[in-house]
Design a protein around this ligand. Structure first.
Ligand SMILES: C[S@@+](CC[C@H](N)C(=O)[O-])C[C@H]1O[C@@H](n2cnc3c(N)ncnc32)[C@H](O)[C@@H]1O
Length: 395
C-alpha cells in the first residue's frame, strides 16, 4: 500500500502544532482512512449482492424492502462488522490524538486570542445567557470530545482547537488547508451560475471556527460578513483565527433558529454542513429564519451531505452508517429530506430553487473543491457521500 502524504493544515498563528509522534499518528490515521475508503468499504456491496441478499431472498422469498432491513442484514455479516469496528476506532483514535495536541497547545493559543482581540478588525459577541439547543447539548457530535457546546471558562478555546486540526484530518483534507473548501466551492458555484450577483451583507449560519466564513471576506472584500454559531469556545477560537489570518469577520453566539438580525437584512445567507447535524424541527426553524432575514432578491445557498432518496438500498445503508455508529443522530433524517420540500415549506418559491452537485474531476477529486494531496491519488475522497448544493432566491 502506497503511503499518502497529506499536506498539513495551514499553520496560521492559532493552529495547534503536534509533536513528532502526534503528527506520525495523524499520518497513520489518514492513511488508514484512505485504505478503508479505497480497498475495504467498496467490497461491502459485493458481500451484500453475492452473499447477504441472496440468503435473505431465499429465506423470505423477497428482496430487502428498505435500508433498515439492509442495515440489520449487513450488521450480521462479519465483513461489515469488521470494517464498522475499525471505522469507529479510527474516529476515536483521531479525536484522542487531536485532544492531546490541543491540550498542550492551549496556553499558547489562549495568549494569542487575547492579544488578537485587543487589536481586532472583526468582532466577537458571546451571549452569557445563551441556551444551548438540546440536540447540540445531548451528544458529542461525530464523537468529537466536547462536541460543539463545551465551554469550560471564559477563556476556553479547546473545542475550537480540536476542530481546526481534527476536522481537517477527519475529512482527509477535503476541506482544504485553511478549511476553506466548502465555502470556496460554493463561491465558485455561485459565480458560475450568477456572475452578476455581488452580495453586500453575508451571513454564515453554523460557522464553527470560521472555516466557511473567512473565504467570503476574500471573495467580497467590501461586504459585511457575519458568522453565527451556538458554541462559545468555538467562536472565541474562530475570532482569534480570523484575526490571525487578517480577515475582518463579525462572530456572534446565537442559534440559527432565532437569528438576532432584523428582517430583510442580508443579501446572502449561507451554511456549510450544518443541517445534517441539526434536529428536523431545528433545521426547519433555521430555514424559516434564513428566509426572514434575507432581502427580497437575496439568495440562500448551502452545501451538505447528499439527499439519499435516489440511491440504492445498500448505498443508503453505507451513506447512513454515521447515524448509527458515529454519533450523528440527525444525519439519516437529513439524507431523507427532499430539498425542494424543505425550502418551499420555509417560504421559498419552488421556481427559484437551486440544486447542484460537486461532480468529480478526472483525478477523482470534486470539481470546485481544492486539491488536498501533493500527489494525484486515484480516489482521495472515497465513499459515496458527494457534497450537494441547494438554495433558493427570495422573491
Ligand atoms: C459540521 S459543523 C460546520 C461548521 C462550518 N460551517 C464548517 O464547515 O467548518 C456544524 C456547525 O453547525 C453548528 N450548529 C448546529 N446547530 C446550530 C444552530 N441551531 N445554530 C447555529 N449553529 C448551529 C454547530 O455548532 C457546528 O459548529
Amino acid at each position: 500500500m502506497a503511503i499518502i502524504a497529506l499536506k498539513q493544515p495551514f499553520p496560521h498563528d492559532m493552529m495547534p502544532l503536534p509533536t513528532h509522534d502526534e503528527h506520525a499518528r495523524e499520518d497513520f490515521i489518514v492513511n488508514l482512512k484512505m485504505h478503508m475508503a479505497d480497498h475495504v468499504y467498496p467490497y461491502d456491496e459485493t458481500v451484500y449482492e453475492k452473499k447477504a441478499k441472496p440468503k435473505f431472498v431465499k429465506e423470505k422469498g423477497r428482496a430487502p424492502a428498505n435500508s433498515d432491513e439492509v442495515h440489520r442484514l449487513m450488521m450480521a455479516e462479519p465483513y461489515t462488522k469488521f470494517w464498522s469496528a475499525i471505522a469507529r476506532n479510527m474516529q476515536e483514535m483521531l479525536w484522542d490524538n487531536q485532544g492531546r495536541i490541543a491540550e498542550h497547545e492551549l496556553p499558547r493559543i489562549q495568549t494569542y486570542v487575547k492579544r488578537a482581540s485587543n487589536s481586532a478588525k472583526g468582532t466577537l459577541k458571546l451571549d452569557p445567557n445563551f441556551k444551548m439547543p438540546r440536540y447540540i447539548d445531548a451528544v458529542d457530535i461525530h464523537a468529537m470530545p466536547g462536541g460543539y457546546q463545551t465551554t469550560l471558562s471564559d477563556e476556553d478555546v479547546f473545542v475550537g482547537a480540536v476542530y481546526d486540526r481534527g476536522a481537517y484530518y477527519y475529512t482527509k483534507g477535503m476541506a482544504g488547508r485553511w478549511g476553506e473548501g466548502g465555502a470556496v466551492a460554493t463561491i465558485n458555484l455561485m459565480r458560475d451560475m450568477f456572475p452578476d450577483f455581488k452580495p453586500k451583507r453575508i451571513l454564515d449560519v453554523g460557522c464553527a471556527i470560521g472555516w466557511t466564513t473567512t473565504p467570503w471576506r476574500d471573495a467580497f472584500p467590501d461586504a459585511e460578513i457575519h458568522g453565527i454559531d451556538v458554541g462559545g469556545a468555538l467562536l472565541r477560537y474562530g475570532h482569534g483565527r480570523a484575526e490571525a489570518l487578517g480577515k475582518a469577520v463579525h462572530f456572534h453566539q446565537m442559534s440559527g433558529e432565532d437569528l438576532k438580525f432584523e428582517d430583510n437584512y442580508f443579501d446572502l445567507v449561507f451554511s456549510g454542513g450544518v443541517f445534517h447535524e441539526t434536529s428536523n424541527t431545528g433545521a426547519r426553524k433555521m430555514m424559516k429564519e434564513m428566509h426572514r432575514v434575507l432581502k427580497p432578491g437575496g439568495l440562500t445557498l448551502h452545501y451538505d451531505i447528499p439527499y439519499g432518496g435516489e440511491y440504492g438500498l445498500h448505498a443508503q445503508f453505507m451513506l447512513n452508517w454515521d447515524s448509527y455508529y458515529n454519533a450523528e443522530p440527525f444525519w439519516r433524517q437529513w439524507t431523507a429530506i427532499n430539498r425542494t420540500e424543505f425550502l418551499t415549506t420555509a417560504g421559498f418559491d419552488p421556481s427559484t430553487i437551486i440544486d447542484a452537485w460537486a461532480d468529480r474531476d478526472h483525478d477523482g477529486t470534486f470539481r470546485l473543491f481544492p486539491k488536498p494531496f501533493d500527489d494525484i491519488h486515484p480516489n482521495p475522497r472515497g465513499g459515496i457521500g458527494r457534497p450537494q448544493f441547494f438554495g433558493a432566491w427570495k422573491k
